[in-house]
Design a protein around this ligand. Structure first.
Ligand code: ZN
Ligand code: ZN
Length: 172
């Protein structure tokens, strides 16, 4: 995903880039369009880019095991300086360097890195997800009370029959 920087005016400009996940080398978890909303500030020494990335990804909920989709919106700030200024003034590692004849900036690598960092370590479909019943494995989000009724109850006919059977064994 490349941003054209030829003939940019000095000052602040807005840019919209769109692509698909495979443009960034992202695996199937990501789908649909990846958008980069770029605010670029140019001056004689550097380009400063504030980028909001928007990408949709699929997850499996750690609690209820259902698949869900969510939009990730990581933000990043990138500084590109003209190569001639290298060593002395910008020792920081996260500064990128540009040659004067560069006419585009490839944002794919940085966008990919930030999207991967934005992936949650623990994916939960929603904060109040009730998860699965510990005894029967039923999805409790589908149970209005949130409490599963799977446990054996005294009124359960299967247990009554077993009770009757045990009684006859004892009697005989
Ligand atoms: Zn869930
Ligand atoms: Zn249950």
């Amino acid at each position: 995903m490349k941003l054209n920087i030829s003939n940019l005016p000095e000052g602040v400009t807005q840019h919209e880039l769109t692509g698909i996940p495979s443009d960034l080398g992202l695996e199937e978890q990501f789908f649909d369009t990846v958008a980069l909303h770029v605010t670029l500030e140019k001056n004689i020494r550097q380009l400063v880019l504030s980028v909001v990335i928007e990408a949709k990804a699929r997850f499996r909920c750690d609690r209820c095991l259902e698949e869900f989709e969510t939009t990730l919106r990581p933000e990043l700030r990138l500084v590109y300086v003209w190569n001639e200024l290298k060593t002395a003034e910008f020792p920081e590692e996260d500064v990128h360097f540009l040659k004067h004849d560069d006419n585009s900036i490839d944002l794919s690598g940085d966008a990919k890195e930030y999207l991967k960092l934005a992936l949650p370590l623990k994916a939960v479909c929603r904060e109040e997800c009730a998860g699965l019943c510990a005894s029967c494995g039923r999805n409790l989000n589908a149970v209005p009370s949130g409490v599963c009724d799977c446990g054996p109850k005294e009124s359960d006919p299967r247990w009554n029959k077993l009770g009757d059977f045990m009684e006859t064994l004892i009697k005989n």
